[in-house]
Design a protein around this ligand. Structure first.
Ligand SMILES: NC(=O)c1ccc[n+]([C@@H]2O[C@H](COP(=O)([O-])OP(=O)(O)OC[C@H]3O[C@@H](n4cnc5c(N)ncnc54)[C@H](OP(=O)(O)O)[C@@H]3O)[C@@H](O)[C@H]2O)c1
Length: 308
């Protein structure tokens, strides 16, 4: 399939573009302001907020499907400058979905567990979202606009860890780099999540395209745990010193940006649609480890984007 991946200079976008190309898809990768180096697929920078040009850009590429991984993911900056998050997280997805629907292109919008308030946990697609910060609110608005303009689109709510390009590290890279350097690192004992390994999430998104699913789907790992417990499990996987993990409360961290605490997620709707469960933590950490050994981390770092 000819797939356009937006946000391809980001962590999920780059892992997804690479996985899709490996699996034989024809990949067109759009980054935002930065340009990928030496990627094994077509890539270029396209500012998605230049709305007047988007239709022509899509016509020129003529993808069969778009997976929108572009987002404004800096939670703290989103609180201070909400209009930036509003544009990329809410307006852009709506515009892209509208243009895709007009052209008969399939569309997957990447969303987040942060649309929930974290008071209940074990959230399914039936639970009412109630975001606690600007990032979550704008991502929820993006979901709503996408489904309004493109009823055949899929909203995939995710949380993931992965190796990735240079820049802000994923949680796995953050823990791994500190532990490998024998530095103490804090992990939140009261922030619960259901993470999926990035390349496994990429395969899940491609399976959603294959199965022609539409509507909202939770795409999370089969295991829910605290970020502290994730760090301990990662230390064990890599034979690193787990006593360097220091238990902390998320409530002590940056009180200016509200955060949801219990974001354990239920992905049974997607598992039922696929006819198989999504990978759990052990399978994810095994793959993270194998990918480090096979050189994926260095490969992704080598493709790190530079300012355009
Ligand atoms: N990381 C997580 O665990 C997590 C958790 C929940 C949900 N998500 C969701 O997963 C998706 C991917 O997240 P990520 O962590 O991979 O994000 P990321 O690393 O911050 O990457 C964001 C991407 O968006 C692009 N972008 C930003 N503004 C743009 C614009 N105006 N025009 C075109 N592209 C633009 C960036 O391009 P440039 O840098 O080149 O400008 C970059 O490629 C997002 O939808 C996010 O909300 C992530």
């Amino acid at each position: 399939m000819r797939i356009l991946v937006t946000g391809a200079s980001g962590r999920l976008g780059l892992n997804l573009a690479l996985k899709a190309a490996e699996l034989g898809h024809e990949v067109i990768a759009w980054s935002g302001s930065r340009v990928l180096q030496g990627a094994p697929f077509a890539s270029r920078a396209v500012d998605l907020t230049v709305y007047s040009k988007l239709g022509k850009e899509l016509d020129a590429e003529a993808p069969e499907a778009i997976i929108n991984c572009a987002a404004f993911t800096n939670l703290e900056l989103a609180e201070r400058e909400p209009w930036l998050a509003e544009g990329i997280n809410a307006t852009v997805p709506g515009e892209l979905a509208r243009l895709a629907a007009e052209r008969g292109m399939r569309f997957i919008q990447i969303s987040t567990d942060a649309v929930f308030d974290g008071r209940k946990g074990d959230y399914s697609e039936e639970d009412a979202p109630n975001p606690v910060n600007v990032y979550g609110r704008t991502k929820l608005e993006g979901e709503q606009r996408v489904l309004h303009y493109h009823p055949g689109a899929c909203v995939a709510r995710v949380v993931f860890y992965s190796w990735g390009p240079a820049g802000k590290p994923s949680l796995a890279e953050f823990f791994y780099d500190h532990l490998a350097a024998e530095h103490t690192v804090s992990g939140f004992t009261d922030a619960i999540f259901s993470p999926l390994y990035g390349p496994q999430l990429a395969e899940t998104l491609l399976e959603i395209l294959d199965a022609e699913l539409y509507g909202v789907y939770h795409c999370f790992g089969a295991d829910s745990l605290s970020k502290y417990a994730f760090g301990v499990a990662l230390a064990r996987e890599f034979g690193l010193d787990e006593t360097l993990m220091s238990p902390k409360s998320a409530l002590e961290f940056n009180p200016d940006t509200p955060r949801a605490l219990n974001l354990s997620m239920d992905s049974s709707k997607l598992a039922a649609a696929f006819g198989h469960a999504l990978p759990g933590l052990d399978a994810g950490l095994d793959a993270l480890h194998a990918d480090l050994q096979s050189g994926l981390r260095l490969r992704l770092l080598g493709m790190s984007p530079k300012e355009g």
